[in-house]
Design a protein around this ligand. Structure first.
Ligand SMILES: NC(=O)C1=CN([C@@H]2O[C@H](COP(=O)(O)OP(=O)(O)OC[C@H]3O[C@@H](n4cnc5c(N)ncnc54)[C@H](OP(=O)(O)O)[C@@H]3O)[C@@H](O)[C@H]2O)[C@H](O)CC1
Ligand SMILES: [K+]
Length: 498
């Protein structure tokens, strides 16, 4: 499991650790680790450190100090290092070390004219590696000048590897938010512990690969702010059938999905539930989706609603999945009320969430509830513009979890699972090709089966996101996928989890 922390947690741990160590120890550890990893990058790109070209961007805080000391170490190994100083108050000892090791300083960025642009651009374009030590965890808000001009220049002109020190400058280390420009790194070398903003888009996208340098902070950290599951975490939670299992013990999933307009949603949600290993799937819906589910999934037990037949006729289930393509009219609202009155865990998706935005009482349930909104549905639920949610996924997923008292799986470029009292989970599997119609229906079915098998809402949502993302990668292999491909990939994905 990857763990990540917010800036105030890092600061508190740093404080506790620093009080036990001679001054400067942590920066020495950070800069040493950074120099080693940059050395590897240079060896890979330029064949060796000796003679390679390095540009160090240094801001006015300790982030710049780390970069200058690392630059000094690489200069001592024969790299040709030039520093660009973005502040009048750069770390004095770091700068002195760099100069003593043979590093040079480029023309004054702060002189107030534009004479620095051409030499800095040439140096950045020719560099095998650019080291971004402008701002780290001390950054607040949009980058100011000249930091933002330097970052834009590196983003457009860098010819070699770009390494961010601790955090890419311009990315909020706690949230991953980016206001204005931020540095696009190929590698981020972070110190002590991962920062939450490195795992969540847009920050995660700017960070590139993330390498952690141990500086001794771990014993001083409290519970993580954010976690990410790996294969072993999912394997430990996934229920596997044994000799004692029968279909009822494995879990019975009720699926209420589809409508005369959207029959495919029902087929995909039932497929997701079956392929995730449900003991039994009971489908309830209108005639058109019923016909389609019957054709595609003879394994499902079917209840056609209407004509005196209601949700109660479905009988006992261990969990409900409700919403994909079910429609948002008054009939659908009535059905949603009946389903969500059941005393079993429920996963509410798609139209079910549009209904809940209209009728929030739907989510006030005794039994546990997972909601799986995409950004648009979340915007309706919370009554905020979708851009705000895209920019601050952690914050809004947490807000919805708290406001509605449910587990939230917010879908999108970084899928986030939030539940009060638990670290927010970010999902690291997936592919942008999953952004296509119907994939959410498969996810809903998958999550419903894990709930029926007895996983908690948090675990079910987290494992479902992980497996779904892997299925997307297997199905896509770098090419567009359709939602049905996920169903074909799921057996391979489950087998790989073991
Ligand atoms: N956490 C640890 O255990 C260790 C951290 N190390 C490194 O230290 C930095 C944090 O250093 P700090 O000095 O606290 O802050 P930064 O260097 O990240 O940033 C402060 C400077 O950045 C300027 N700033 C802030 N926001 C902006 C902005 N939006 N635009 C432009 N400039 C900005 C700020 O300027 P002010 O005018 O506001 O003062 C400062 O000059 C951490 O990230 C690690 O790299 C260690 O060395 C190891 C231990
Ligand atoms: K940085």
């Amino acid at each position: 499991m990857r763990t990540a922390f917010a800036v105030d947690q890092i600061r508190a741990a740093e404080h506790a650790l620093m009080s036990r160590l001679p001054e400067g120890t942590l920066m020495t550890r950070a800069a040493t680790g950074l120099a080693v990893l940059c050395g590897h990058e240079l060896a890979r790109a330029a064949g060796r450190v000796y003679g390679s070209r390095l540009v160090v961007l240094a801001g006015g805080g300790d982030n710049g100090g780390d970069a200058l000391f690392a630059g000094a170490r690489l200069a001592a190994r024969g790299a040709r290092v030039v520093a660009v100083l973005a502040s009048a108050r750069v770390h004095a000892a770091g700068l002195a070390a760099l100069k003593a090791a043979g590093g040079r300083v480029l023309p004054d960025v702060l002189a107030g004219d534009e004479t620095w642009i051409a030499p800095v651009r040439d140096a950045v374009a020719a560099a095998d590696l650019v080291l971004d030590g402008l701002v780290g965890i001390g950054g607040t808000g949009a980058l100011r000048e000249p930091y933002s001009a330097l970052v834009s220049l590196v983003n457009t002109e860098a010819g070699g590897q770009v390494v961010a020190v601790d955090v890419p400058s311009g990315v909020d280390a706690s949230t991953g938010q980016v206001e204005g420009v931020a540095l696009r790194a190929g590698l981020t070398v972070t110190f002590g512990a991962e920062k939450s903003g490195l795992l969540v888009d847009p920050g995660a996208e700017y960070a590139g690969r993330v390498e952690l340098v141990d500086i001794g902070l771990v014993p001083y950290l409290d519970d993580p702010d954010v976690v990410a599951f790996g294969r072993a975490d999912v394997a430990a939670l996934l229920p596997l059938p044994d000799r004692e299992s029968d279909k009822y013990r494995r879990g019975v999933v009720g699926v209420m999905a589809g409508s005369h307009r959207y029959t495919g949603a029902a087929v995909l949600a039932v497929g997701g539930a079956l392929r995730a290993g449900a003991g039994l799937v009971k489908f309830a819906g209108q005639r058109e989706p019923v016909d389609q589910v019957r054709v595609h999934w003879p394994e499902a037990l079917i209840t056609e609603l209407g004509g005196g037949v209601s949700v109660h006729d479905v009988g006992r289930v261990n969990s409900w999945v409700i919403g994909p393509g079910m429609g948002v009219g008054d009939d659908s609202l009535e059905i949603a009320r009946e389903v969500l009155a059941a005393d079993v865990p429920a996963l509410v998706d798609a139209d079910g969430l549009t209904l809940a935005a209209r009728e929030p009482s739907l989510l006030r349930r005794e039994a546990p509830t997972v909601i799986t909104p995409h950004v648009g549905e979340m915007a309706r639920l919370l009554g905020v513009p979708r851009e705000h949610i895209e920019a601050a996924r952690l914050e809004h997923a947490r807000l919805a979890a708290e406001r509605f008292g449910v587990t939230v799986l917010l879908k999108g470029s970084t899928t986030v699972v939030a539940e009060e009292g638990r670290p927010t989970l970010v999902n690291t599997t997936g592919t942008p090709f999953l952004a296509t119609g119907g994939t959410g229906d498969v996810l809903a079915g998958l999550g419903g089966t894990l709930l029926a098998a007895g996983l908690s809402c948090y675990d079910a949502a987290s494992c479902a996101a992980y497996l779904h993302g892997l299925a997307g990668r297997v199905a896509s292999a770098g090419a567009p996928l359709v939602a049905g491909d996920l169903l074909t990939s799921l057996p391979e994905v489950f087998a790989s989890i073991g």
